[in-house]
Design a protein around this ligand. Structure first.
Ligand code: 2BA
Length: 107
C-alpha cells in the first residue's frame, strides 16, 4: 500500500479531482499554502495499492499544468526590496511524494 501526497495548483484541482473520481480513486483534498509564494494550493492525499501507483501518477500528470506566475516582493519569502520588480516563477505541474505505508485501516 502506498500513500501519494500531491501538491497541485488550485487551477488544476477540480479537473484532477474529477479525473480521479472517474477512475474510482479515493482521495482527500486539503486546502494548503505554499511556503514560498504564500499562495493557496491544494494537497491531495491518496491511499492506493502498489500496482495502481503508476496509473494514478499518469492521471495527475495529465491534469496538472506548468504555469508561470509572478512573485511580488514584499509577499512571500522575499522581503528584501519593496521596490524590486515582480519576479517570474514557474509553478507545477505537481509536487508528488509517494510513501510506503505500514498499514491502511478504516475503522
Ligand atoms: P511554493 O512554496 O509557494 O512554491 C511555488 C514555486 O516557487 C515553486 O513551484 C518553485 O518554482 C518556486 N520556489 C519555491 N521555493 C523556492 C525557493 N526557495 N527559491 C526559488 N524559487 C522557489 P513548485 O516547485 O512547482 O512547487 C509548488 C508547491 O509545491 C510549493 O509552493 C509548495 O507548496 C510545494 N512544494 C514544492 N516542493 C516541496 C517540498 N520539497 N516539500 C514540500 N512542499 C513542496
Amino acid at each position: 500500500m502506498k500513500m501519494i501526497v500531491a501538491i497541485v495548483q488550485n487551477a488544476d484541482r477540480d479537473n484532477l479531482s474529477s479525473a480521479l473520481s472517474e477512475a474510482q480513486v479515493s482521495h482527500t483534498r486539503l486546502n494548503t499554502t505554499g511556503g514560498f509564494l504564500r499562495a493557496g494550493n491544494t494537497t491531495l492525499v491518496i491511499g492506493i495499492e502498489d500496482d495502481q501507483v503508476q496509473r494514478v501518477l499518469g492521471i495527475i500528470e495529465k491534469a496538472c499544468k506548468e504555469r508561470e506566475t509572478l512573485h511580488r516582493p514584499g509577499h512571500g519569502a522575499l522581503h528584501a526590496d519593496a521596490y524590486a520588480a515582480p519576479a517570474k516563477v514557474l509553478v507545477g505541474g505537481a509536487t508528488i511524494f509517494v510513501l510506503s505505508l505500514d498499514q491502511f485501516r478504516k475503522i
